[in-house]
Design a protein around this ligand. Structure first.
Ligand code: APR
Length: 257
């Protein structure tokens, strides 16, 4: 197996599916039950904030009752294992859950934001939120009410950390997409950018994604089985297998650079 100094991983909803969090485009997925245009756009929030907040409140309650699965823990082991060898793992997720962090991952770039964060539309302050969010809540920074929204990226908005993502990808030896359908850009375009830069690519998913033809290699199956197996292949059998304790909650999702 080629020596890996810098692995770049992009995760999607499929890595959290076995933790009980819904995916979007599978049969029975979130967008089969809800219309994203009425719940996940700035226009929807302006038109009917209470309905949008209630949608994210339900997902936040579901998240707080969920646990990381073996795939999340395996990626945290990979981050530690690569670092122990002087290598590096860049983890970019489209997911707004904190299961990577709770599995012990030290740095996660949330390009679509974080469900456990609220952002003030008046002063842009980002605060942690672990309960229902109401338009009556006051911003902890500026004190205004009616200004707090989930700190998530809605359709029509620009994802976070795009410059850093591009820079990290160009420095990687391997690009791996895990649990994503490859349906939403700019995340879906990363595999093409990797190929153009001559970077090896691998897809790990339940089934071939929309961009499966762009990957050099693939493992198909449930992430809780395929990801630990792949990580052991990368790190070798002598790698530490214990699950790491979760670091203090810290998610790099807001507009901080
Ligand atoms: N193990 C591995 N892969 C799985 C599993 C599993 N247990 N269950 C489902 N999958 C795969 C599906 O086959 C699918 O290809 O995960 C993928 C999930 O695809 P989507 O539901 O489209 O989710 P994602 O790719 O993360 O969506 C991207 O779209 O609506 C936006 O903001 C939202 O971040 C989301 C973005």
């Amino acid at each position: 197996m080629q020596r890996l100094d810098h692995v770049f991983i992009l995760t999607g909803a499929g890595i959290s599916a076995e933790s009980g969090l819904g995916t979007f485009r599978d049969v029975g997925g979130i967008w089969a039950a809800f219309d994203p245009m009425t719940l996940a756009t700035p226009e929807a929030f302006a038109r009917d904030p209470d309905t949008v907040q209630a949608f994210y409140d339900a997902r936040r309650r579901n998240l707080l009752a969920a646990e990381p699965n073996p795939a999340h823990h395996a990626l945290a082991r990979l981050e530690a294992g690569l670092a122990a060898r002087g290598g590096r793992l860049t983890l970019v997720t489209q997911n707004i859950d904190d299961l990577h962090e709770r599995a012990g991952h030290r740095e996660v770039l949330h390009m679509h934001g974080a469900l456990l964060e609220a952002r003030c539309v008046a002063c842009e302050a980002v605060t942690e939120v672990r309960s229902d969010l109401s338009t009556a809540d006051a911003c902890g920074a500026c004190g205004r009410t009616g200004v707090l929204r989930p700190n998530v990226v809605w359709f029509g908005e620009i994802p976070f950390h795009l410059d850093e993502i591009e820079e990290r990808l160009m420095a990687a030896d391997l690009f791996v997409a895990i649990g994503t359908s490859g349906a939403v850009y700019p995340a879906a375009g990363l595999v093409g950018a990797a190929r153009r830069a001559g970077i090896a690519t691998r897809e790990i998913n339940l089934e071939p994604s929309d961009t499966a033809h762009l990957f050099d290699a693939a493992d198909y199956g449930r992430a809780s089985e395929t990801v630990p197996r792949w990580v052991e292949d990368v790190l070798g059998p002598d790698a530490p297998s214990q699950e790491r304790s979760a670091p203090p909650h810290r998610t790099r999702s807001s507009t901080e650079t």
